[in-house]
Design a binder for this molecule. Structure first.
Ligand SMILES: [Zn+2]
Ligand SMILES: [Zn+2]
Length: 239
């Protein structure tokens, strides 16, 4: 019955690519067409072994200037792809236009991606970077939680989104220079139930890594309250 219904629905609303909106044929399963899928720029080495900033070959792995000048407190940060179209468009549709199906799709991609040096299965707990309550009410969902749930499901690692709270509704980080961003998020988070993170290896999940100021501030608090180590994974990162 479901397959008949699906076939009928496919006739009335044929599946379209979530990026270019072109019609997709029967064999093209998923949310985006093979052309758009092929255009996603995945992050791969050579890169900064700490923050995962990619370099162009023939450059080799080396710690980037930012990580030398101001080493992050987290262990490592990895991202699925570069924050450029078509990944950028998918993230925008998910985050600002509320297409949660796209979020789940991206979360699955994150969960299935092999991240060198970042073994999800060795971690104890997943924490999505929280939104401030005001923003959460306007958006009605936390994009980081949608992604975190997919990783949690795949690896069977508990996901706790109520532990970390964003207590200060910070200015958007987008337009701020790096030093300002750091000040902007300093002290913006609080933790409930510190005993739940004690000696835990934690995976922090967010949608986009820009300067790392937000995830680093979360990591600082979690480590201060007794976490053992913090790893970061985002869907995209800026370069
Ligand atoms: Zn497409
Ligand atoms: Zn770096």
């Amino acid at each position: 019955m479901t397959s008949v219904l699906n076939a009928l629905l496919n006739c009335i609303f044929p599946p379209r690519c979530a990026v270019c909106d072109n019609l997709m044929n029967e064999s093209e399963r998923g949310l985006i067409c093979p052309t758009c899928a092929g255009e996603i720029k995945y992050v791969s080495p050579p890169w900064c072994p700490i923050c995962g900033l990619p370099y162009r070959p023939p450059d080799v792995n080396h710690i980037c200037g930012e990580c030398i000048k101001d080493p992050p407190v987290y262990q490592i940060a990895r991202a699925l792809g570069i924050y450029e179209p078509p990944l950028l468009e998918l993230i925008h549709k998910f985050k600002y236009r509320g297409y949660r199906t796209i979020g789940k799709y991206l979360g699955k991609m994150m969960a299935e991606r092999y991240f060198k040096d970042l073994d999800f299965s060795s971690l104890d707990l997943i924490i999505p970077v929280p939104l401030h309550n005001g923003k959460l009410r306007r958006r009605s969902f936390n994009q980081a939680l949608v992604l975190a749930k997919e990783v949690s499901k795949k690896y069977n690692i508990p996901c706790r989104d109520a532990l970390l709270k964003r207590t200060v509704n910070t200015k958007s980080q987008v337009a701020l220079p790096k030093e300002e961003r750091k000040k902007n998020v300093r002290g913006a988070f609080s933790l409930t139930n510190a005993h739940e993170i004690k000696d835990k290896n934690i995976l922090l999940i967010d949608d986009v890594y820009t300067t790392g100021g937000t995830v680093n501030e979360c990591a600082r608090l979690l480590l201060e309250k007794g976490a053992k180590s913090i790893y970061v994974c985002t869907l995209a990162r800026t370069v």
